[in-house]
Design a protein around this ligand. Sequence first.
Ligand code: ADP
Length: 621
Amino acid sequence: MTTDTQTHRFEAEVQDLMRLMIHSLYTEKDIFLRELISNASDACDKRRIEALTDATVLPEGTDLGIVLSVDAEARTLSVSDNGIGMSREDLVENLGTIARSGTRAFLEQLKSKDSGNAADLIGQFGVGFYSAFMVADEVEVISRRAGADNAWRWCSRADGTYTVEAAERDEVGTTVTLHMKPAAVGEDADGEPDFLQDWTLGSTVKRHSDFVEHPITLGYKTLNSRKPLWSRPAKEVTAEEHADFYRHLAYDMEPPAKVVHVKAEVPVEFTALLYIPKGKRPDFLEAGTPTSKIALYVRRVLIMADCSDLLPPWLRFVRGVVECPDLPLNVSRQTLQANPITRRIQKHLVSKVLGALGELLAEDRASYGVFFEHHGRMLKEGVYQGADDDNRLSRLCLFARSNGPETTTLPEYVERMVEGQEAIWTLAGMDRATAAASPHLEAFRAKGVEVLLMTDSVDEWMLQRLSEFEGTPLQAADQGEVDLGTEEEKAARAAKCEGHEDLLTALQAALDAHVSEVRFSSRLKDSAAVLVNAEGGASAAMERLMRDIHGSEMPTSKRILELNPDHPVVAYLEGRRATAEGLADAAQLLYGQALVAEGSPVPDPAAFARLVTELLVGRTN
Ligand code: ADP
């Protein structure tokens, strides 16, 4: 082991980040303290968690905590903890590089924002430590890892490099010492807080770190009240406290859309404080397995920061805390999964979260709309995974609709169903505009029947499972025979179709490679032709989805080409059938335009384009 001082270069991204911290951010400087305290508190938690499996990590009688100290003469502020500490490698890895891809995404976002918003972004991506350079021109970290006898000193003046060398530290833990920048004087001093003053530190801790579980002391005074929010009576917790706590849990600067505070006694005693986010959260940028993440406490002790067994994966947008006194302190992920207590808590929480979402939907449609836009896919996933037996989940889904720009819920749709309408009609499409323009909607529009437009890839999966909603069947508008007409209308159409049997047979022969049948349609008003799925067959959207997953070798099933008996194209085709040139090109055009109209690719685009061009210059007429 070397005891020499070694000089390292920061990774380029860290340098970018530090430059931004120093030069672009002038507001909300006090967040640096929140970030350092949060790191110190996490380190204390880590030491306690490690001690669960190795008791020597935390000798009996050691009280974990965070100590602030000021040296007014030297103009330094230190944040000291007796948490897990860092080894030499930890210091280099954690304070010299940006390990996570989320931070890079953060940098991109930061560069594109004005500095005011940028301050809000700090901490969301875990770049907290470097915020120290907003107030300090030199930062020194002395740390000793639990289990190690020696300590290390890390130091940087934000000049692109840092040094690491051996140091002394009596106890396990970390001390971060900030050499504060010279105080601004005169006009510049306007409103600048002085972080070497006790009262500034006290009020900053109170504002941002009051819920931190470990005591934060300055001199002999404990600055934070420490009482965990979830253990307090729900009525006493303010919206601001919730927003602070939620930000700490989820790195989300926006306050939550909804708070779920549960205290249950039977059949299992537990307390839960859960938050439903408003919009998109930056941590969703981080890839990984889709599991829920809830912090689990047993008798005030954090056991797991991201427990995945307390909520199903399709509620992974929820962040929060569960405290359950009945679980053993040394509970592991495996035993937790098998524990009946976990299952009971999960059931209870699912019901509460769905209840809260129902409230939000009823109280504030606009906010719910924003929530659903970002997280609704997960609810639909829940339907697909079989969690919707009672339709509680499908009631919460919003859909685009054919009769208006606003979204609708299924109960609202059922409300608007016209007389004689027996099904909830759906149409899958690549996007709202294509679906809304689909020829499949013509007959529905004419009759005033609304169709739900399913444009999310997860919709197709959901529909596999959601075949009826509270007794009303869901039916695809582009599948099987659809006839919304009256008896007279049906008779009139049957008369029009008469005598064209040979045309259908000829078209069928010309398109045999592509379609299973050519027949007259009862669903068209203006379009010449449309492709439909056989009853029970997969929809075009589902087939596209399967091909995305399984590759192009997925067979496409042949569909049915329906011809509009009211359209002049029938007379034209009859005319063509009589000529020597025959129907072949016209049939290809008819088939190709039906594909284009629904947003599907044509099998031979070049050939199709040639036919269209010939039509343009009048050769086929
Ligand atoms: P974040 O805390 O979001 O991970 P930071 O840049 O603030 O990002 O810290 C980077 C890492 O440095 C932390 O994840 C942690 O591993 C380590 N670290 C920071 N401060 C401490 C501390 N006081 N004790 C132990 N480790 C720390």
